[in-house]
Write a protein that binds this ligand. Sequence first.
Ligand SMILES: NC(=O)c1ccc[n+]([C@@H]2O[C@H](COP(=O)([O-])OP(=O)(O)OC[C@H]3O[C@@H](n4cnc5c(N)ncnc54)[C@H](O)[C@@H]3O)[C@@H](O)[C@H]2O)c1
Length: 289
Amino acid sequence: MGDMIDVPVDLGDRSYLVAVGHGARSRVASMLPKGAKRVAIVTQVGIPSEYLPHLDGYAVTHHVIGNGETHKSLSTIEKLCSEFAQAGLTRADVVVGVGGGMVTDVAGFAAASYHRGIAVVHVATTLLAMIDAAIGGKTGVNIAEGKNLVGAFWQPHGVACEMDALATLPEREMRCGLGEMAKYHFIAREDFTTLPLLERVARCVEITDENGSWRYRFVYDSEFVTVEKGSITINGTSLTVVDSEDQSFAVCIIPYTYEHTNFHSLAVGDEVNLEFDIIGKYVARLMNR
Ligand SMILES: NC(=O)c1ccc[n+]([C@@H]2O[C@H](COP(=O)([O-])OP(=O)(O)OC[C@H]3O[C@@H](n4cnc5c(N)ncnc54)[C@H](O)[C@@H]3O)[C@@H](O)[C@H]2O)c1
């Protein structure tokens, strides 16, 4: 396996590429939409500037957002959009988000909102952003009433998973990403631990099941599938499907429900109130225990 792995995300006319590798940021230029002249790079206090892509031939402006969830707000979106306007960004121009999930959520939503939507490309610098937040097109910010309550589905034009960035990632953030990755081990029912990290990241992005690429379908469907509130039954256990923003828990349970229910009965974005012993039994079964 080389130093760079390209994973195509097949979404019809909105298909894009996820480049995973050391130096993946150098791929950003090739991901920008044709006709773009101005690039607004959105990044965050504390993210080393070496991870910013070099984009010769474009008018590049830099926009730095604060650190911490309080900055993941509508006022940050308003400030960014004002800065984009001052930089003269048009509908044909592009936003590049460089950072972890917080940056990609905010940059993605600012791009989705400005001029009613301009292109966005992400450079993911945390493990969690590489395998989850930066892909799939979910963007948004927090309001006082809840986390990620305001947002939009806005697919990126491309994603660069910059493996170099993991060298400076705080250990706690690395652990968060590895925890997320553990879910994909269960989903894919493969032992990823033997693979180099770069290949594990690429595998998490491209995960498929025996019926095809459920993750891509999942990403796609999550925009359109509406799940009725109510109950589903899995192996005699009744689960309540409620509206929620806790997608990660739903992702964890998806492979289980996929085996036992109609796929469309549950979509990402729905929380499943599930007794923890069910998860435990599921994991144990995967481990042949
Ligand atoms: N859109 C989605 O599908 C989705 C999925 C999961 C999580 N999220 C969102 O993602 C956010 C969490 O993202 P995260 O876990 O990537 O954390 P984060 O973006 O909050 O980053 C964590 C910290 O690490 C720093 N950092 C990032 N990259 C670094 C690097 N390479 N070197 C040094 N420091 C670096 C950041 O500045 C920040 O202080 C939450 O807001 C969550 O809601 C979105």
